[in-house]
Design a protein around this ligand. Structure first.
Ligand SMILES: Nc1ncnc2c1ncn2[C@@H]1O[C@H](COP(=O)(O)OP(=O)(O)OP(=O)(O)O)[C@@H](O)[C@H]1O
Length: 233
């Protein structure tokens, strides 16, 4: 059984001449433990799809079955529980709370999860053991993204969703963040989904789903994902 099963998912905004089909009959399956890249041009519908997978938005039509459960019929309360317990989010612009230290930012997220990991250990794993007491403004962009990843991982979610996680970072820093995400997915049996417009990073994934005009254009498995260090773009 697939870990994630997306069936005929559409998201339609507006109506009549104003209608936008952000997702237009999307279908795919993702197996347990895969690092998946969803790639497509700007406006292709990637963020819409990721938000639906993360329970931040609901589809107009279709089903999203995650770990055997259809979340498309969940109430908003059920979706809150799903987001709290099962999902870690990483965004392009980190979204850290500026007046909390790195450690406090991570602790805040871990407190809402029943199954949270040891926060100090997670900070060490992402390479921030010595920066825990710094505020976001005292950290580089790459370090702030590491805090955001630690915050997402510390909840111990089944599924880590990353929307353009390197979009605001330089090449080298972006690469180190992708390596962190790849290592996380290979060391744990957790699913990681990265949404990006950068097709050059596809070789790092176990599964590549290409989206265009709200539809799946290609769906490929890769049984030999390349270590991020070996990819150039
Ligand atoms: N709340 C909304 N209301 C109306 N249209 C929307 C809304 N959200 C997204 N759209 C439209 O849906 C389409 C897909 O948007 P989406 O943000 O999912 O694309 P994307 O592939 O993530 O693009 P980008 O890489 O630029 O973020 C776009 O045409 C967008 O304008």
């Amino acid at each position: 059984m697939a870990y994630i099963d997306v069936k005929h998912v559409s998201k339609i905004y507006g109506s009549g001449e104003q209608e936008v089909r952000a997702n237009d009959d999307i279908n795919f399956e993702i197996a347990k433990g895969e690092l998946t890249i969803i790639v497509g041009a700007s406006g292709a519908g990637k963020s819409t799809l990721l938000n639906i997978l993360g329970g931040m938005d609901t589809p107009t039509h279709g089903q999203i079955i995650v770990n055997g459960k259809d979340i498309s019929t969940d109430t908003s309360k059920q979706l809150t529980t799903y987001r709290r317990h099962s999902i870690g989010f990483v965004f392009q612009f980190y979204n850290l709370i500026p007046n909390l230290t790195a450690l406090e930012n991570v602790e805040l997220a871990s407190q809402i999860s029943p199954d949270a990991l040891d926060v100090t250990e997670v900070m060490q794993e992402v390479g921030l053991g010595k920066r825990m007491n710094n505020f976001p403004a005292q950290l580089s962009g790459g370090e702030q993204q590491r805090v955001a990843i630690a915050r997402a991982i510390a909840k111990n979610p089944e599924l880590l969703l990353c929307d353009e996680p390197t979009g605001a970072l330089d090449y080298k820093t972006g690469k180190s963040i992708l390596k962190l995400l790849q290592d996380f997915s290979h060391k744990t049996d957790k699913n990681v989904i990265i949404v990006t417009h950068n097709g050059m990073i596809k070789p790092m994934a176990d599964h590549i789903i290409e989206i265009g005009d709200g539809q799946v254009k290609q769906d490929k498995l890769n049984d030999r994902p390349k270590p991020v260090e070996e990819i150039e773009w």
